[in-house]
Design a protein around this ligand. Structure first.
Ligand SMILES: Cc1cc2nc3c(=O)[nH]c(=O)nc-3n(C[C@H](O)[C@H](O)[C@H](O)COP(=O)(O)OP(=O)(O)OC[C@H]3O[C@@H](n4cnc5c(N)ncnc54)[C@H](O)[C@@H]3O)c2cc1C
Length: 468
């Protein structure tokens, strides 16, 4: 006789969503969390949630459907994901969001310009806005789920890292934690990603290590990749190999932008040819990939006026920090654009022409080449950036170096059931969030992709782990 119906490993977004859903269905649920506090990366996140056909969209007159979401999702990922799984995710993300709202998560039906203002914003490069930003962000989602879990009688064991799975006759029947074996009808692995394990990064996401000493990890401390170790135990297949989310940053940033601050609005990115090559405000659904595709280093170029206009109070994007970086020679500084070009090794004539075109473009209201005015308008920015013209000029190396989440995990199907190397289901084993792979692809579909994945697939996992 099992002690529990469902054991959930991990108390972040996916684990809490799974635990609450199973408990709502009448299951006896035990949840282990390795850290003293629940929440994982979900708690640290903006909580932005990508979903289609929601009441929030309807409240703003936005017409959308899971089918449109699916088409966009698959196209952006070059159809390299399992369509059955992605279709289930796209169909259930909206209902999962409504479920959160029903539990008490507040998402007002108003336009939001960014991931910090509750409402609906442009999550990625989608034609229809799908980024739902909750009040109190990821913290708000976690608090609502913890409250629901406690009310429903979920047994929560913090500070306890699950060591391994227990299986019998090929079926997952429980876990071992603190050397104690506990059995259940089904196990849901929701232990997050592996951003904090350098060995697993080298194996499953080596692109992150290309950032070298500029790499910094913002994912939660519990992101140690235990799901991959559990998977080895039962012969689970791994998918999503090589994929994750690295945000572009200047080399001197070391914290998420809430603390690091934001680069000057009046800035351009140039490649080793001295040319602009992208909308500098492009969504991180695509910006990391565009920067990666350049030959050689990418430089953020701005001037003294932009440096002095940086607002005080942030750890890295601060006028004094930039000055210090320049004085110590890590940010390149020069009294003319020609000299700056020489120092960063790009053709001087091209850089000056690039800056001239910039000054003739967006500071006057339009960026005909890269359409940055459209992106800024969607963010609610109405004033134009200043021209670049006041010496000294600065160039800061910019690269994808902020590691947010990892996508390689246990292969799951549309029921969030874990598959083995042969493609067969591992009975009794489910996975969700970063631990359960297949929804998060090569291209991050936009802010909200990962939280939506965690909550939606957590719910799907619980529904199938405890079918009633
Ligand atoms: C700063 C930041 C901002 C972000 N903003 C957004 C955003 O706005 N929108 C978006 O979509 N995505 C965002 N992301 C990504 C997103 O938050 C995560 O991908 C997602 O929340 C992961 O959910 P999860 O449940 O899989 O993992 P987590 O939330 O990390 O939860 C996993 C939990 O499992 C625990 N655990 C690990 N191993 C064990 C074990 N062996 N035993 C027991 N417990 C274990 C961990 O401690 C952790 O609490 C952001 C991430 C960060 C770091």
């Amino acid at each position: 006789m099992n002690e529990y119906d469902v054991i959930v490993v991990g108390g972040g977004g996916a684990g809490l969503a799974a635990a609450v859903t199973a408990a709502e269905r009448g299951a006896k649920v035990l949840l282990f969390e390795s850290e003293p506090e629940l929440g994982g990366s979900t708690q640290l996140s903006a909580g932005m949630f990508t979903a289609a056909g929601t009441s929030v969209q309807a409240g703003l007159g936005v017409e959308d459907s899971p089918e449109k979401f699916f088409q966009h999702y698959m196209d952006l990922n070059h159809w390299m994901l399992n369509p059955g799984l992605v279709a289930a995710f796209c169909a259930q993300a909206g209902p999962a969001l409504e479920w959160l709202i029903g539990l008490g998560v507040e998402i007002p039906a108003r336009v939001s310009g960014n991931a910090h203002t509750p409402g609906l914003c442009q999550a990625g490069v989608e034609d229809v806005w799908r980024g739902h930003v909750p009040k109190d962000q990821g913290y708000g989602i976690v608090q609502v789920l913890v409250r629901a879990a406690r009310k429903l009688g979920v047994e929560i064991v913090p500070n306890t890292r699950v060591e391994r799975l227990v299986s019998a006759n090929g079926r997952a029947v429980g876990v071992v934690a603190d050397d104690v074996e506990v059995r259940a009808g089904a196990v849901v692995v929701a232990s997050g990603g592996f951003a904090r394990d350098p060995g697993l990064l080298a194996r499953y996401y080596p692109a992150a290590l290309r950032a070298g000493e500029d790499l910094f990890v913002v994912a939660a401390p519990g992101s140690r990749g235990d799901h991959l170790r559990f998977g080895e135990q039962v012969g689970a297949a791994v998918t999503g190999d090589g994929w994750g989310l690295l945000l572009p940053t200047a080399y001197f940033q070391r914290l998420h932008h809430w603390q690091s601050g934001f680069p000057p609005k009046s800035r351009i990115l140039v490649n080793s040819r001295g040319r602009r090559f992208m909308d500098e405000d492009a969504s991180y659904a695509v910006s990391g990939g565009i920067i990666e595709a350049q030959d050689g280093p990418v430089w953020m170029v701005f001037d003294e006026r932009a440096r002095l206009a940086l607002p005080a109070g942030y750890a890295h994007w601060d006028a004094d920090v930039v000055l210090r970086e320049a004085t110590e020679g890590r940010t390149i500084r020069a009294d003319s654009l020609e000299r700056l070009a020489e120092l960063i090794g790009v053709p001087a004539g091209t850089l000056t022409a690039t800056v001239r075109r910039w000054n003739d473009g967006l500071p006057r209201g339009e960026d005909p080449e890269f359409l940055r005015h459209r992106t800024l308008a969607n963010k609610g920015v109405t004033d134009h950036p200043a021209p670049i013209g006041e010496p000294p000029f600065y160039a800061a190396r910019t690269l994808p170096a902020e590691l947010v989440c990892t996508h390689a995990g246990l292969e799951i199907d549309a029921r969030a059931a874990v598959r083995d190397e042969r493609g067969d289901v591992v009975p009794g084993l489910f996975a969700a969030g970063e631990a359960g792979a297949g929804v998060l692809g090569e291209r991050y579909v936009g802010g909200g992709n990962a939280v939506a994945n965690a909550i939606t697939m957590g719910r799907i996992a619980a529904t199938n782990a405890f079918p009633q």
